[in-house]
Write a protein that binds this ligand. Structure first.
Ligand SMILES: Nc1ncnc2c1ncn2[C@@H]1O[C@H](COP(=O)(O)OP(=O)(O)O)[C@@H](O)[C@H]1O
Ligand SMILES: [Mg+2]
Length: 394
């Protein structure tokens, strides 16, 4: 059977054909190996932490397999959720109910109706017997109060050989697990790092080879750089390249440089950061006072916040900019004879931006300015900034 592009490149699901195994920098072992080892050790709870969309869920699915994985999301919990009831239900067990038991003896065969309510012990036994592994994914979505209760239940269960992995974002939500004194000494910790260009490139090379589409190494590298450490973005862009090739008259079956930009622009259609960018460009309220404006090489008149946005979007795409880089990029944008904002102004504007974004919904948490470095937290945001419709007022 011939494979279609959407079977090969899968930005939203398990990438059966383009799954890439990576090594973790700290140990030189593959993530698959480390997770497999962690699950194998009885009596330990595995905590898998990493930034959004780096492949945490996919890794669990790969290592455990769809037959044996039981996935629960932190979002499945509210304050009143009965942990064991949910754990039973997700494994296909009914928690309460009735069953018919047959008691056979030599001459009679009677059927008896019994009511049961599964106990925690029975559920743990069932998981062990079937070799099931519970994955509590996106643990940060569980209500804060609930997280500690879940940790408590897990602590007791893992001691009896129950296998579980808790997956969460760094810093915010993992305290209930990683900083829980009761669990210390009983945790296997796996930190997932962001993707390197080398590994991202493989997604394109493997996928296009399967589809019999040629791609030069240098082109695969360009797409990988643009994907900003996100395998999901890489999958998205490659899929869109296929779509563009399909609808074009070009029958050469090769990914040429000319179509990359179009593919990037197509890809941004799936993201919605327009409001975030508008907010950053406007900056904090000036209470009617007009900000200083600066003239750019392109002839635009921009205030400091517009300049910051433009500087972030510049080439090459980088997720971590030192203050010097931001400053250089801003000065480089300006017309030669235009006196730019002072370093002090740039710094204080960055601090104000940080304040403006803090405390808003998750989608607005795209930047972090600390200790003289500007971190772009969300790769999709930076990608949108570079290629989205908002750019250059298009
Ligand atoms: N090992 C991998 N190889 C290739 N693509 C991957 C890999 N891991 C993740 N991806 C891509 O990234 C997407 C997001 O991965 P996911 O596991 O959902 O991230 P997370 O759980 O960390 O938010 C996947 O749908 C897939 O397209
Ligand atoms: Mg996930």
């Amino acid at each position: 059977m011939e494979l279609r592009a959407e079977d090969v490149f899968r930005p939203g699901a398990f990438p059966e054909y383009t799954y890439i195994s990576r090594k973790s920098k700290t140990s030189d072992l593959s993530y698959e190996f480390r997770l497999k080892q962690a699950i194998r050790v009885s009596g330990f709870l595995t905590s898998l932490v990493g930034p959004s969309k780096m492949g945490k869920t996919i890794l669990c699915e790969k290592v455990i397999g769809f037959e044996k994985i039981v996935e629960i999301s932190g979002a499945d919990f509210n304050d009143d959720t009965d942990f064991w009831k949910l754990v039973a239900a997700k494994a296909g067990l009914s928690y309460e109910g009735q069953f018919f038991s047959e008691r056979k003896n030599e001459d009679t065969k009677d059927t008896k109706k019994e009511t049961f309510s599964l106990t925690k012990d029975k559920i743990i036994e069932y998981y062990k017997k079937e070799n099931l592994v519970l994955v509590i994914d996106d643990f940060h979505y569980a209500p804060v109060k609930k997280r500690l209760q879940i940790a408590q239940q897990l602590k007791d269960a893992i001691r009896r050989g129950f296998k579980a992995i808790v997956v969460s974002l760094p810093h915010r939500a993992d305290e209930a697990i990683r900083q829980n004194a009761d669990l210390s000494g009983r945790l296997s910790l796996i930190n997932m790092e962001v993707w390197e260009v080398q590994d991202l490139k493989e997604i394109a090379k493997v996928g296009f080879a399967i589809l019999n589409i040629k791609i030069e190494d240098s082109i695969a590298e360009k797409i990988a750089v643009e994907s900003l450490s996100s395998p999901q973005l890489m999958q998205y862009i490659c899929l869109n390249i296929c779509t563009i090739l399909e609808i074009s008259d070009d029958t050469s079956l090769e990914v040429k440089e000319e179509i990359l930009e179009k593919a990037y622009r197509y890809t941004t259609a799936n993201f919605e950061y327009g409001d975030v960018i508008t907010l950053i460009q406007r900056g904090p309220s000036t209470r009617g006072k007009r900000r200083n404006h600066f003239l750019t090489k392109k002839g635009e008149s921009c205030d400091i916040y517009e300049l910051i946005v433009k500087s972030i979007a510049e080439n090459p795409p980088i997720m971590k900019l030192k203050f010097e880089d931001v400053k250089e990029r801003i000065y480089h944008l300006l017309k030669e004879d235009c006196k730019g904002p002072t370093p002090q102004t740039i710094k204080s504007s960055l601090s104000k931006l940080q304040e403006l974004l803090n405390g808003r919904e998750d989608i607005f948490r795209v930047l972090d300015w600390k200790e003289g470095t500007l971190y772009i937290l969300d790769p999709l945001f930076l990608f949108y900034l570079r290629w989205g419709g908002n750019r250059n007022g298009e």
